[in-house]
Design a protein around this ligand. Structure first.
Ligand SMILES: [Zn+2]
Length: 184
């Protein structure tokens, strides 16, 4: 796994959270995963927080960025970012830059082959049902309001009928608490 040893997938934002730089690894990763149509022209200049769907997650990250800018501290955040057939864990390093910019770099800490996961396959048709998924740990909010692992959520997806629910990103209570501890 030597090739994954170093942190890459780098992107940077300026003092107003506008993306000023992404490296080739980051762009290629995004294109191969959730955003096949993404181009450098679309990314550069766009607001990083504008790419986050839900208000709660956006405000968590905003607080984290404020904290990093105010105190000039670096933070390491573990998160999970699977593909339909790979379970991938990353470490994200967030570092302050001069002029209130921030730099993000990630490293894959663990990668294993998983059962095919249609919830994460953007080419699969979706039902009207919506599942909330935590953008940090990939746990899924069930209709009974409990958060369960992505693997357990899969048992509820009917593969033969291809009735795969839509997923929206948020942050589960456990990860919210972890992020808030970093922000303190
Ligand atoms: Zn979580």
């Amino acid at each position: 796994m030597t090739r994954y040893r170093d942190y890459k997938y780098e992107y940077r934002i300026d003092d107003k959270d506008a993306i000023t730089f992404v490296d080739q690894d980051w762009l290629q990763f995004a294109q191969e995963n959730e955003a096949p149509d993404l181009t450098l022209e679309k990314v550069i200049g766009s607001n990083l927080l504008g790419h986050i769907e839900d208000d709660a997650t956006r405000s968590l990250y905003k607080n984290l960025f404020d904290r990093i800018r105010t105190y000039g501290i670096s933070t390491l955040i573990p998160y999970r970012c699977d593909s339909p057939t790979l379970r991938r864990e990353f470490d994200l390093i967030i570092q302050p830059l001069e002029n209130w910019g921030i730099k993000f770099k990630s490293k894959i800490s663990s990668i294993t082959i998983s059962d095919y996961n249609p919830l994460l396959d953007i080419s699969v048709p979706r039902s009207k049902q919506v599942f909330e998924i935590c953008s940090c740990c990939k746990n899924v909010l069930f209709p009974d309001k409990t958060w369960k692992s992505l693997e357990r959520a899969l048992t509820r997806v009917n593969l033969s009928d291809l009735i795969v629910p839509e997923v929206t990103n948020s942050v589960c209570p456990k990860c919210t608490q972890l992020l808030q501890e970093w922000i303190k």
